[in-house]
Design a protein around this ligand. Structure first.
Ligand code: ATR
Length: 277
C-alpha cells in the first residue's frame, strides 16, 4: 500500500507541493502519494483526527493554519513551540508531532545563493513581522553579530517578533519609511510579506532606489518569479532571489523527515520554474 502524505491550507488549490512531491516520489522509486487538502477553519480539529485515522504519515501546514494547528497536535518540538508555528507534521509512534523549519529552508537558500557558509557581521533588513518573518528572524538570530532591523506596518507586531530572538543583541524595530530611507545600509534585505504576490504584482512594501553596492535582496514570494521589489533591486544592481528555492527545500526537507530519503531539491526547482513560467 502507498504511504500517504499531504498539505493542509486554505486556499490550497494553487499549491505546487503536490506536483513536486509526487514527482520526487516517482523519481526516487518511492511508493507514496501526496495530496492537497482544503480545510475550513472550523473543521481543522476534525480534519487532523481524520488524517490520523486514515493513516496519513505526515503533512505540511500552510496559511492560515501554521499557528492554529498547534492545539490539535500531540506534541510540538521546542523550536516550533517557541516560534508558535508549525510547517510540517510527522506521525511518530501513534502521535502527530509538529516541527518548523521554514526559517532554516530560507537560510540555506540564502547562504547557497550568496555563496556563503555562514553569516558574520551583515546588516540585515526584514520586511514584515508575520508568520514567515518569525521563522526567518529566529533562524537569523542564531548569528549573534549580525545587525537586524525589522520593519513592519504594525510596529507592535515587530516588537513581539523581537522577543522571539530575545538573546539577540543587535535587533531594532523601525518603520517602513525609515527602512526605505536607510536602504543603502543593508547587505541583505528579506521581503516576507504577501505584498507583490500574484495577482497584485504592481505592489511593493518598499521602493528601491539607492541600495548598498553588493546588496542581496530576497523575496519569499515565488509567484511571480520576479516581484516588483526584486525587479527594482535587480535594476539597482543587487543580486536577487525569489522564494522558489525555499519552497523546494521545504518540500525536500519534509520528505527527508518523513521517509529518511534525501531527494534533489534542484530537480524540484526545475519543475517549479517550468510550471510557473
Ligand atoms: P504570513 O504568515 O504569510 O507571514 P501574516 O502572518 O498574515 O502572513 O503576515 C503578513 C505580513 O504582511 C505582516 O507583516 C503584515 O503587516 P501587519 O503586521 O502590519 O499586518 C504584512 N502586510 C500585509 N499586507 C500589508 C499591506 N497592505 N501593507 C503593509 N504590510 C502588509
Amino acid at each position: 500500500m502507498s504511504e500517504l502524505f499531504g498539505i493542509i491550507g486554505n486556499p490550497i488549490a494553487h499549491s505546487l507541493s503536490p506536483l513536486i512531491q509526487n514527482e520526487a516520489y516517482q523519481l526516487n522509486g518511492m511508493n507514496a502519494y501526496f495530496q492537497a487538502f482544503h480545510v475550513e477553519n472550523e473543521d481543522l480539529e476534525t480534519a487532523i483526527a481524520g488524517m490520523k485515522a486514515i493513516g496519513i504519515k505526515g503533512f505540511m501546514v500552510t496559511v492560515p493554519f501554521k499557528a492554529k494547528v498547534i492545539p490539535f497536535l500531540d506534541e510540538v518540538d521546542p523550536i516550533a513551540e517557541k516560534k508558535k508555528a508549525v510547517n510540517v507534521v510527522k506521525f511518530i509512534d501513534g502521535k502527530y508531532v509538529g516541527y518548523n523549519f521554514d526559517g532554516e529552508a530560507w537560510l540555506q537558500a540564502l547562504l547557497e545563493d550568496m555563496g556563503l557558509k555562514s553569516l558574520s557581521k551583515e546588516t540585515i533588513l526584514i520586511l514584515g513581522a508575520g508568520g514567515a518573518a518569525q521563522s526567518i528572524y529566529y533562524a537569523l538570530s542564531q548569528f549573534e553579530n549580525v545587525h537586524i532591523d525589522i520593519a513592519n506596518r504594525t510596529m507592535e507586531k515587530a516588537e513581539e517578533l523581537k522577543k522571539l530572538g530575545q538573546t539577540h543583541r543587535y535587533t531594532n524595530i523601525i518603520s517602513l519609511e525609515d527602512a526605505e530611507r536607510r536602504q543603502d545600509q543593508y547587505d541583505i534585505i528579506v521581503q516576507t510579506t504577501s505584498i507583490g504576490m500574484w495577482p497584485e504584482t504592481n505592489r511593493s512594501p518598499m521602493n528601491i532606489t539607492h541600495l548598498k553596492k553588493g546588496a542581496f535582496v530576497s523575496d519569499i514570494i515565488y509567484n511571480p518569479a520576479e516581484t516588483k521589489i526584486l525587479k527594482q533591486a535587480r535594476e539597482n544592481g543587487a543580486q536577487t532571489q525569489n522564494g522558489m528555492k525555499m519552497l523546494a527545500l521545504q518540500n525536500a526537507l519534509s520528505i527527508e523527515m518523513w521517509t529518511g530519503q534525501k531527494v534533489s531539491y534542484e530537480r524540484m526547482m526545475e519543475s517549479l520554474e517550468k510550471t510557473l513560467s
